[in-house]
Structure formats: structure tokens, C-alpha cells
Write a protein that binds this ligand. Structure first.
Ligand SMILES: [Fe+2]
Length: 338
């Protein structure tokens, strides 16, 4: 499959605003380092609320018109609503809300955002968004369990206290979402294939897995109370934007499919190899240093101008990636002008 976004957008016409991420305070001053391309709030006490989650506003200037898209809706503490108000953002300006995947740190604020959207606004998500997920991370030093072992021995492993994380994630309720969509005259689009949003911008559709090692480990789908299936997150939606003469901007929600897979998929889907920026959650929190080194080396080889990890990226990834001049750390209120 391929999507033609060679029409691209002019440099300087893309703005990305971080509405929610895990941190609202940083002492990094990015303005000078990135020559105005990344602006962060200059404060030791931010007016914004941080929580475990992610939400971004993606704004593209096309002539007189600005097309606005939301990627995700942050966590259940509703920081997206409070932060949008503090930033002077009006949800009625948005054409589409793209939900990367059905984890509560991305759909948590959705029930409060949907009634604020304008009539006809599209909610784009994948059919798997409503699935029951469970996180099972073994204690340090133990290998991740295969779905087969879990299906057979989950209760015993639980009794033996083998997990450092054993969390059944709250599933997104399909009827609540569909009712809200109906009540507010929105449109719902359940899809696993890429959608070209406007000139120069497309969603990823299902991500091709080039490297199995890149997948987030420890996440399983529950087919029944006892039956576990590996969650590859192939259907997590990322976004690719082609900036003329600069290359692709890759924007991820949680990056569970692996940032290397997401970048390679974008290159193959769009036929554009030059990577200008990689921004979002890279989910490397639980990875070993060697695995992180492999991902960082791949990105360094592409030599992007900007890489910005936030949300679930993890300390170790941010630390190692910082050796490349492109890297910074995103907080609530960070703005990219690309
Ligand atoms: Fe996440």
C-alpha cells in the first residue's frame, strides 16, 4: 500500500502543540538551540496540568485556512480540557480527532472533549480500540511470559507474585462513545487503513512490523478471562507529514509498535525517506539499554533535525538519544513550529 503525500506543505506552515503529557515543568531552554522551532513554557511553575497521557494539536496553514487535528485526548484527569482552556484553544476549530489506540492515557479525556467538538467533526479510531488489555511485566531479571504460558499458568504466576506490573486496563466503552458521537452530531470512522487528512498529511494505517524486537513487551489482549493473546499494536495510529524540502515529520501516540517500525513504515508508505522530525511517545520505558541503543543508532543514522520524546518515552531512551543534537524532551505547552 502507498499514499501520495508528495504534494507536501510549505516549511513554516506546521504547528504542533502539546496539550497533555507526563511533565509540565522543565528547565530546558529549547528556543535558542532549535532556533525558534521548539518553544517551551519558560517557567518553574507551569500553569498547565501534567498527567500520564498524551494529547497534541496539529495545525496546518493552507493559504488563508488553518486545518486543525487532535491526536489523542490525554488521561482520565482531564488535563486536556484544563490545558486547552489555559492555552486559549477552542475545540470547535478542529476537523478531526484521531485516537491512536484505546488506552486510557490516550482516550481518558475523550468523553469530555467529544461534546465540545463542532458538528460533523470526525472521530477516527481503529476497531481494536475497544479491546480489553492487560499489562503483565515480570519482576526484574525474569523474561516476559509468552501468551501460551500465561493462558496455562496465569493464576499460579499471580499467586507466586511473579509480576511487577499486573494491571487490567480500563477498556473504552463502545456504546458510551457511540452515544456521545450521535448526541453531538459527530462522525465516527473505524478504520485500519491509512487516511490522507489533507495535502501532505496521512495517518499510518496498520504498521508493518520490520523488527519484532521493537514491539512493546508485556501487553496482552484478553480474549476471555483465561485466554491471553500478544498485543502487537500494529493498528496503533501514527501520523506522517511531508514538509517540502525538509522531509517527513513522524508523530506517534505511544509508539507501542516500536519507533523504528513506525519510521520505516512511514518511509515505505509515503515513498519519502528523509526524516525531518520524530515527535511523541516512544514507549521505551521497560526496554533494556542494548535495545534502546539499537533504536537510537537507527534514528541517528537518519540524522533528523528534531527528535522529541515525551509521555512514555522513558528516562533511559531520552538520556541516550540526547547524544544526538536533534533531541529534546517535551512538556505540556511545548510548541513546534516546523
Ligand atoms: Fe500511552
Amino acid at each position: 500500500m502507498s499514499i501520495d503525500i508528495s504534494d507536501g506543505i510549505e516549511s513554516g506552515n506546521l504547528t504542533i502543540k502539546v496539550l497533555t503529557t507526563n511533565t509540565s515543568i522543565s528547565t530546558l531552554l529549547t528556543d535558542e538551540k532549535f532556533e525558534g522551532k521548539i518553544i517551551q513554557p519558560h517557567t518553574n511553575g507551569s500553569k498547565y496540568l501534567a498527567e500520564h497521557g498524551l494529547a497534541m494539536s496539529i495545525e496546518i496553514q493552507q493559504g488563508e485556512e488553518i486545518k486543525k487535528y487532535l491526536l489523542d485526548a490525554g488521561g482520565p484527569r482531564n488535563s486536556i480540557i484544563m490545558n486547552a482552556e489555559a492555552m486559549g484553544i477552542d475545540f470547535k476549530d478542529y476537523n478531526k480527532l484521531i485516537l491512536s489506540h484505546g488506552h486510557v492515557d490516550h482516550y481518558g479525556g475523550l468523553m469530555n472533549v467529544l461534546p465540545k467538538l463542532k458538528e460533523g467533526c470526525e472521530l477516527i479510531l481503529t476497531p481494536n480500540s475497544y479491546n480489553q488489555n492487560i499489562i503483565l511485566v515480570p519482576k526484574s531479571g525474569q523474561a516476559f511470559y509468552s501468551p501460551e504460558v500465561l493462558t496455562e499458568k496465569f493464576r499460579d504466576l499471580q499467586k507466586e507474585n511473579k509480576f511487577i506490573y499486573n494491571i487490567k486496563l480500563p477498556s473504552m466503552n463502545k456504546s458510551i462513545i457511540e452515544n456521545l458521537v450521535d448526541q453531538n452530531n459527530l462522525k465516527i470512522i473505524e478504520i485500519n487503513t491509512p487516511i490522507k487528512l489533507t495535502s501532505g498529511i496521512t495517518t499510518s494505517g496498520e504498521i508493518e512490523i520490520f523488527d519484532e524486537k521493537e514491539l512493546t513487551k508485556g501487553f496482552y489482549l484478553m480474549k476471555s478471562r483465561k485466554e491471553f493473546e500478544k498485543n502487537t499494536f500494529r493498528d496503533e495510529i501514527s501520523i506522517y507529514i511531508n514538509i517540502k524540502e525538509k522531509g517527513l515529520v513522524v508523530i506517534t501516540g505511544c509508539g507501542h509498535t516500536g519507533i523504528v517500525n513506525i519510521i520505516k513504515h512511514g518511509q515505505k508508505l509515503t515513498g519519502i525517506n528523509k526524516i525531518y522530525a520524530v515527535i511523541g511517545g516512544f514507549h521505551k520505558e521497560w526496554e533494556k539499554t542494548e535495545a534502546i541503543e539499537d533504536s537510537v543508532r537507527f534514528i541517528e543514522g537518519l540524522n533528523p533535525e528534531i527528535t522529541c520524546g515525551m509521555h512514555c518515552t522513558g528516562f533511559e531512551f531520552n538520556k541516550i538519544m540526547s547524544r544526538h543534537p536533534s533531541h529534546t524532551f517535551g512538556i505540556v505547552g511545548t510548541e513546534f513550529h516546523l
